[in-house]
Write a protein that binds this ligand. Structure first.
Ligand code: TXE
Length: 479
C-alpha cells in the first residue's frame, strides 16, 4: 500500500521522493510505504491552506456543519474497511477498532459540527460608561494537529474536527507508525465536499515533518497528543513564536480500589482499564492501589482473570489483546519488566514476549501484573504504555491519596467506592484532569479533556476545543 500526502485535495508524493516502510504489527511484515516528508512538503501544504482560508473561514456555519456531518456519515458507512485498516496498521483487535476507534472518529465530526452552531461568545453592557463590549471568536488561521499511534483515527479527528468547525485550515500529521486511516480520510474529505486546501495531511517522521509544522512561523497553534518528552520539545520550539499550544501527554494513572466498592463491576472494569488496546491508552489505570482489607482477594481474582485473556490474531473476534504497535515499543515495554525484576518486584502474571502460531514475527506480549512494595520504583513512576500494571496495598484514604498523587503525571484517576463523602473528598484532592468514579473511560464529548503536571497543558473537548481553536477579540463600542 502506497500512502501519499494529501495536499490541496490531491494525493501527491513527497517532494524528495523518499519513503519509509510501514509495518503490520500482527506479523512484523512490511506492507506499505509512507512519505518521508520534509519542510518543503509542509510549505506546500501551508500554501494550499493559506489559499483556502478566506473561503473556509467565511463559509456559513450551516454549510461548515453540513460538510462535517457528511464526513461523519462517510466514516460510519466505511466502518468495516476503516476498522480492518486500523487493526492492520496498529495491531489492535478489529473488534475494538470497530466498536471504539472508528465510531468515535465519526462522533468527533458529528459532535463538533453541532457544537459550533451552539458556540456563543459573551457581551457586556458597560453600565454607566455608555458602551457595549462584545467578543468575537475568530478562527486562528492555519493550525497544526499532530497525533500519536495508539488511537490513530480517533485522536487525529479529535483535533481536526474542532479545528475545521471553528473555521481554521489544517495541516495534520498522523504518527508515522500508523498512517493508513489518516490517508483514507483524505478521500472521505473529498467525497464530503470539503473545499480543496482546507485540510492537508502530511506523512513522515516527527523529527522532520512534525518538527517542520511546529517550526513554521505562520502556523499559529499546535494541538499535540503524544509523549511527555516530545511535548516538552514542542513547547520549547514553539515558545519564541508565541504559538498557542494544547499538549495532551503521558499518564501514570492510579486506579484506587476501596473495600466498599461494587466488587464484580470493579474487577471486570479494572481488567479493561489495565489492558484495553494492549494497555496503550494514556488513560489506562497502570497503578492499581487496593485497600488492605480486600488486597489478597483482589490479587487472586484479578490475576486469575488476566490469565484468561486471549492474546493473538487481531482479526479473531475472541482476541482480547492484539499486537503492540511496533518492535521498538515492544522492546521498550519488555525493558520495564527487566527493571521491575532488578528492583525485586514480584511478577504475578505474564512478563514475557509471546510467539503466536502463524503470526511468528508479530509484537505480542503477555498481559502482565506486577506486585510492588513501593511507589518509588521505575514501573510506578514511568509511563510504560503497554500491557503492564502494578498492584500494591494501602491502609487509609490519606495514604491512597498520597500514593495516587506521587508521580510527575496527572492525567486521570479512577476511584472505586460506594462512600459518597469519601468520593467527594478524594475527587477534589486527586491531581488529575479527569476522575472516574465507579467507571472508566466513559466519555461525554462536552467535557474538558486533558491533564495536569507533566500530563500536559490545555484542555480539549466540547467548547474548550473551540476556544482553543479560536482567537478571542474584545470589541468595545461606545455609544
Ligand atoms: O511518541 P511521540 P512515541 C507516550 C508513550 C510512548 C511514548 C513515546 O509513553 O511510549 O510517548 O511514543 C510526532 N515535532 N505516548 O515516540 O514521539 C510523532 O511523529 C513534532 C503517550 O511514538 O510523542 C507522532 O505523530 N512532532 C501518548 C506524535 O508526535 C513530533 C500517545 C507522537 O509521537 C516530534 C503516544 C517533533 N519533534 C505515546 N517528534 C498519549 N498521550 O496518548 C515526534 N513527533
Amino acid at each position: 500500500m502506497k500512502i501519499q500526502n494529501y495536499i490541496n485535495g490531491e494525493f501527491i508524493n513527497p517532494l524528495n521522493d523518499q519513503w519509509l516502510d510501514n509495518y503490520n504489527p500482527a506479523n512484523g511484515q512490511v506492507y506499505g510505504s509512507i512519505p518521508n516528508s520534509t519542510k518543503a512538503d509542509v510549505e506546500l501544504a501551508y500554501n494550499s491552506a493559506k489559499n483556502a482560508f478566506n473561503q473556509w473561514s467565511n463559509t456559513t456555519l450551516e454549510e461548515r456543519s453540513r460538510i462535517l456531518i457528511k464526513i461523519s456519515e462517510l466514516l460510519e458507512s466505511n466502518l468495516e474497511k476503516l476498522a480492518k485498516a486500523e487493526s492492520k496498521d496498529n495491531g489492535k483487535p478489529v473488534a475494538l477498532a470497530k466498536s471504539v476507534d472508528i465510531p468515535r472518529a465519526a462522533s468527533n465530526f458529528r459532535f463538533f459540527a453541532n457544537a459550533i452552531t451552539q458556540f456563543a461568545s459573551e457581551s457586556h453592557d458597560s453600565t454607566g460608561q455608555n458602551a457595549i463590549n462584545y467578543t468575537l471568536r475568530q478562527p486562528i488561521g492555519i493550525v497544526g494537529c499532530i497525533s500519536p499511534w495508539n488511537l490513530p483515527l480517533y485522536l487525529f479527528t479529535w483535533k481536526i474536527a474542532p479545528a475545521l468547525a471553528a473555521g481554521n485550515c489544517v495541516i495534520a500529521k498522523p504518527s508515522e507508525v500508523t498512517p493508513v486511516t489518516a490517508f483514507l480520510l483524505g478521500d472521505i474529505c473529498n467525497e464530503a465536499g470539503l473545499p480543496k486546501g482546507v485540510m492537508n495531511i502530511i506523512h513522515g517522521l516527527g523529527t522532520s515533518a512534525g518538527q517542520a509544522i511546529v517550526e513554521h512561523p505562520d502556523i499559529k497553534a499546535i494541538s499535540f497528543t503524544g509523549g511527555t518528552s516530545t511535548g516538552a520539545h514542542i513547547a520549547r520550539t514553539a515558545a519564541p513564536m508565541f504559538k498557542k499550544l494544547s499538549l495532551e501527554l503521558g499518564g501514570k494513572n492510579p486506579n484506587i480500589i476501596f473495600g466498599d466498592c461494587d466488587y464484580e463491576n470493579m474487577l471486570d472494569t479494572t481488567v479493561r482499564s489495565s489492558f484495553a488496546n494492549q494497555g496503550q491508552i494514556c488513560l489506562c489505570g497502570s497503578r492499581i492501589l487496593v485497600e488492605s482489607s480486600i488486597y489478597e482477594q483482589f490479587k487472586a481474582d484479578f490475576v486469575a482473570k488476566v490469565k484468561n485473556l486471549k492474546v493473538g490474531d487481531p482479526s479473531d473476534p475472541n482476541t482480547n489483546l492484539g499486537a503492540l504497535v511496533s518492535k521498538p515499543h515492544l522492546e521498550k515495554v519488555l525493558g520495564y519488566i527487566d527493571k521491575a525484576k532488578d528492583e525485586n518486584a514480584t511478577i504475578l502474571s505474564g512478563g514475557n514476549q509471546l510467539s503466536i502460531p502463524n503470526f511468528e514475527g508479530g509484537y505480542y506480549m503477555e498481559p502482565t501484573v506486577i506486585e510492588v512494595s513501593s511507589n518509588d520504583c521505575n514501573i510506578n513512576q514511568e509511563e510504560i504504555f503497554g500491557p503492564v500494571v502494578s498492584i500494591m496495598p494501602f491502609d487509609s484514604e490519606e495514604q491512597a491519596l498520597s500514593l495516587a498523587n506521587s508521580t510527575k503525571y496527572g492525567l486521570s484517576a479512577t476511584l472505586w467506592t460506594n462512600n459518597l463523602k469519601r468520593t467527594l473528598r478524594m475527587s477534589k484532592r486527586l491531581e488529575a484532569g479527569i476522575v472516574w468514579v465507579n467507571t472508566w473511560m466513559m466519555r461525554d464529548l462536552r467535557t474538558p479533556f486533558g491533564g495536569m503536571k507533566d500530563s500536559g497543558v490545555g484542555r480539549e473537548g466540547g467548547f474548550e476545543a473551540l476556544r482553543f481553536f479560536t482567537e478571542p477579540k474584545n470589541i468595545c463600542l461606545k455609544y
